[in-house]
Each structure stands twice: as structure tokens, then as C-alpha cells.
Design a protein around this ligand. Sequence first.
Ligand code: AMP
Length: 230
Amino acid sequence: MRMTDAATMTTPAVLILLGPPGAGKGTQARMLEEDFGLVQLSTGDLLRAAVAEGTEAGRQAKAVMEAGQLVSDDIVLAILRDRMAAPDVARGVILDGFPRTAGQAAALDGLLAQAGQKVTAAISLEVDDEAMVGRVSGRYTCAGCGEGYHDEFKQPATAGTCDKCGGTAFKRRADDNAETVRERLVAYHAQTAPLIAYYDGKGVLERIDAMGAIADIRAGLSAIVTRVSA
Ligand code: AMP
């Protein structure tokens, strides 16, 4: 796939991927990074890094994340603001797992307005909830490069060796078990799904069927990103 020259975009794109756990937000965000030179910004990844580093925010977030609930807006917004201040963000961003509440969406609008920007598109990855528990429960990633795998749907070509970097260490997230996934789905429907109507009202909502093959979803997303970034 051709890499679009981010420099030809008039203002840096701000893309949001919306969807429940297991919809493929992380997988597709990484692909959009490759295809468009944008920067994936995952609040889940930032929070897991804070937990691993043992920062104050990480200590507060840990139990909430393990219970499958949402971390407070204050903590998430502080982490996001820091990340948005880094220079690479000027290439344009794909927000993966953020915003997740009405308060976060409003705060994002404010943050972007200060920089004379706004949300380019919020893309809703539409999936069947029932399939998500199985999708999330079996997933794991390469500890070296972060490439995603799944016990049932996507094993490495050579068992135990990452297709992408050749690494042999893999990890599973503590919250990727069936019980916690169900909690995360409840949180998604109660607090995050209403954002679909919020972005629809702003005229920036795009929807994509995300139940098909990863490559087909990638192609559909690329078409959307090309169109909204023009
Ligand atoms: P994710 O990696 O996006 O699935 O997020 C994993 C967990 O991190 C979620 O279940 C929440 O506990 C927490 N989290 C990630 N992003 C947010 C956010 N924007 N707001 C609140 N909690 C979040």
C-alpha cells in the first residue's frame, strides 16, 4: 500500500477509532500508522506503561483497569495532554481508545481548538458484541514489537516466533480474560457508545463493518482516511 505524504495534508489529521474491546482498533491503528505516517496514540498503552513504571497515575489506574472499568477522566486527560505535546504528533494522530466518555470528548475538542484544529473523523468500527469476548480472550502480542496474535484466528507462521521481528517472547494483557471483557463491554455501552451520536451530530462520523477480514477492514479504512484527509 502506498504511503500518503502527510505533508500534503493541509492540517494534521485527528482521527478517532471508536469501538468496543476486540473491534480491532489497535490492529487497524498500527496499519494506519504504516499506510499514512500518522501516529497511533492509545490511552490503554499509555496507561499500561504508567502501571509498569509505577507512577502515581499508574498506581491509581491499575485496579480500575483490572476490573474492566474506566480510569478517571483526570488521569487519562493528564496522560493524553503530555503525549499530545510531543513533536511527532504534528504528523497527525489516530486516537485509539480515546475519547471514551463525554467529558473526554469535550476536553479533546478544547485541546484541539487551542491549536486551531478539530477532529477530522471519528470512525466507528461496527461489530457484534457476542463475538468480542472470544476475540479478546485469545489474543496476545509479541513482547518485542507489539505484533498482535490470537490463539484461534492468527498464530505466527512458525510456532513461538514472531512473524514480524523474529522475537520469541509473547505477552497477554491482565484484563484480556472473559470476565473482565464483559465488564469492559458494559463500560463501552454505558459511557463510550453515546459518542457515536456526538460525532454524528458534528458531521464527522464514519462507520465501517469491522466483522470481516483484517485486510478488508484495512482497505476500507484507508479509503475513508484518504477521503477525509484530502
Ligand atoms: P484499551 O487498551 O483501550 O482496551 O484500554 C484498557 C483499559 O485502560 C480500559 O479497560 C480502561 O480501564 C483503561 N482506559 C484506556 N483508555 C481509557 C480512556 N480513554 N478512559 C478511561 N479509561 C481508559
